[in-house]
Design a protein around this ligand. Sequence first.
Ligand SMILES: [Zn+2]
Length: 269
Amino acid sequence: MKILKIIIALALGFGLQSCSKLTNFIPIDVDKAIGENFANSFEYHPTSGKVLDSAQNQQIYAYLNTIKSNLLASDKIKHKKDFVWKLRIIEDDSTLNAFCVAGGYIYVYTGLIRFLDNEAQLAGVLAHEIAHADNRHTTSQMMSQYGLSIAVAMIIGTDASAVVEIGKNLLGLSFSREDEAEADACAVLYMSQTNYDPREVGGFFKKMIEKNKDTPIPELFSTHPASQNRVADIEAEWKKIGSKPGKTFETEYLQAKTYLNKAKTTTDF
Ligand SMILES: [Zn+2]
């Protein structure tokens, strides 16, 4: 037991590398397998709405994929080449959310796209989600939430089926307050290497504060730091790294929203 504890302590050992603090010794293939497994089941049965078909909705996908590529150009993304970084849009106007599971599978709800005001705000949300995957928060949360045996199975790769089974329930997994802060800080760093205004990482929260719309949101809003604190922390991070103001691309965003109006709609829901 003592040895297991040492292994876990090593796996959770703190290191210092760019915006992330945690060193995760679980093999990278575990992240990829979990993400792929999740995507295969989720895309056919999302918890709400339907995944927009990329062939029939090329304009909105091209627009979002360009934002994604702008962010992935950052040299601060460690697993740029390891993960798939595949983006899917879920047609559900009532959900203001986006999430990214292990291995780089990104999901954005149409409700969030409609809610935001400019491209930099959406880039900020995507940057935050990319940071969760790149910092491998899913596998580190799985270790802390499912205990030593699963953690060891992940590290030494003895029980793939148990890990994949847990992966199916990823939506029930919440990130820690530290994970959220780390994802915000990394997002500011990625954004500082683009033309976007890095402060717009907090744009979503500012809008929520303005509208006083503290309705439950599965991921973005799931943890303790209040929106006000997150906005302040994001601006402090922006100052700390000596970043620039950048642009918001409002006109382009308004145009892109019209692609959604023309999106091939589904009538199943
Ligand atoms: Zn988050």
